[in-house]
Design a protein around this ligand. Structure first.
Ligand code: FAD
Length: 402
């Protein structure tokens, strides 16, 4: 097999998050050499839980990170949907049926475990170099390559490659360089907490995602970390457009969005368990006019930040990285057209997921009496037919043209 040599096959990836590391692993499978740079001093175990549906676990397994991640990820049996009064609405079956149907499992994982699995796999590969404490600031695209300007403290330094992938997340510097506007605050905040599993009653230690729907707010709970911990995410309408992933919030701030007049005491008891929560203001944006220029393109949240109501933020970043590597592998020296083909292919799918997530935002947060009609419709449809509606997401596989 041909091995990557020198800078003629070097791709620069800005961002060692979920999308950047996945892209690096996908690119080395195609015999590229990859330099991943991240502005962070250390890649810490940041964040809370993520859901990884079969379209995504299939790729993680193909990239060689599946075995490492499977030690801590939890294979989910069902999504159990309930009302704010804690009445059962519908169970969406996953487990071995869904694994057979989609050819890959549905996992819940801690973001830190996912990033660690990708990082360990990447660090074990001789053609991936990871440089931390290096912020990508700008780039110049030439006919034969790209020069990437980076900063470490006061020092400016360049990196050279055949292409630059902007995987620098929701506040992407490289997206700014394209002249595209920043994401918009969605008027929603997600508060996250991870609890030891033993803090909850046994029904929440099973391999299920629990979802409670209520007017203007909802709560999600699922096991992570080999079932030793449970991840809670409480999402509500909120006007405070803060930045960052991890501002601490008090329990009372979260409970105020789940008032005792509307929410069952059972749900409020769960919300009262964590000593503190981490605030995550939600941003998304309409599809970008342009994802790239010359030998630069974007992926993941840099290109399409999305609301988490289809649980596909990490998934779309991972799919992007995989598809990008396929296009570059077939490009020969025609790097720019390959990047534009990648963008043309990923744009419609990621825009559809963004729209679907926004639709779920409305559907999840209906108030009475619309919520009553929604619950009846979901019950009538049943879990299996509901799952059918997600085929277009979960059954996705790469094809060169679509
Ligand atoms: C700290 C943190 C916590 C998160 N917690 C959750 C969570 O609990 N649940 C959830 O669903 N999603 C969470 N996310 C978001 C989730 O990881 C992304 O939505 C999704 O995985 C898409 O990944 P991405 O690779 O596009 O971006 P990210 O995973 O956000 O990675 C972006 C990376 O780019 C780096 N970076 C940014 N700017 C530059 C620059 N100029 N130069 C070099 N590097 C740069 C960042 O340090 C980061 O490592 C979190 C993201 C972060 C960064």
């Amino acid at each position: 097999m041909h091995r990557a040599t020198g800078s003629s096959r070097t791709v620069i990836v800005a961002g060692a998050g979920i999308g950047g590391l996945s892209a690096a692993l996908a690119l080395v499978r195609k015999n590229f050499r990859v330099v991943v740079v991240d502005k962070a001093h250390r890649l810490e175990e940041a964040g809370a839980g993520l859901q990884l549906s079969p379209n995504v676990t299939r790729i993680l397994i193909a990239l060689g990170a599946g075995e490492r991640l499977s030690r801590t990820a939890v294979a989910i049996d069902a999504i159990r949907v309930r009302s704010q009064r804690n009445r059962a609405i519908v169970d969406i079956p996953l487990g071995s049926d869904a694994e057979l149907r989609f050819g890959s499992p549905y996992w819940a994982a801690h973001r830190g475990d996912l990033q660690a699995a990708l990082l360990d796999t990447a660090q074990a590969h001789p053609d991936i170099e990871i440089e931390l404490d290096l912020k990508v600031e700008s780039f110049v695209s030439h006919p034969n390559g790209v020069t990437v300007q980076c900063r470490r403290g006061d020092r400016l330094t360049d990196r050279h490659g055949i292409a630059l992938i902007g995987a620098d997340g929701v506040w992407s510097t490289l997206r700014e360089r394209l002249g595209e506007e920043a994401p918009r605050f969605a008027g929603r905040t997600a508060w996250r907490a991870t609890l030891p599993a033993m803090a909850l009653t046994p029904e929440y230690r099973c391999r299920n995602v629990h979802l409670w729907l209520g007017g203007k707010a909802h709560l999600v709970a699922y096991p992570v970390k080999a079932e030793t911990a449970v991840n809670l995410v409480a999402i509500a309408a909120d006007d405070t457009a803060t930045l960052g992933w991890s501002t601490e919030s008090a329990r009372a701030e979260v409970l105020a969005h789940f008032s005792r007049w509307f929410w069952s005491q059972h749900v409020r008891d769960i919300l009262a368990l964590p000593d503190g929560w981490l605030r995550w203001p939600l941003y998304d944006r309409p599809p970008l006019a342009s994802w790239g220029h010359g030998r630069m393109t974007l992926l993941g949240d840099a290109a399409h930040p999305m609301l988490p109501f289809l649980a596909q933020g990490a998934g779309m970043a991972i799919e992007d990285g995989f598809v990008l590597a396929e296009h570059l592998a077939d490009a020969g020296d025609d790097i720019e057209p390959a990047l534009r083909h990648y963008e043309a292919q990923r744009g419609p799918r990621t825009a559809r997921v963004q729209r679907g997530a926004r639709r779920n935002d409305m559907l999840y947060h209906f108030r009475w009496p619309a919520s009553l009609a929604r619950n009846m419709a979901l019950r009538a449809m049943g879990g299996r037919r509901l799952l059918d509606r997600y085929d277009w997401i979960y059954d996705w596989r790469f094809a060169p043209s679509g």
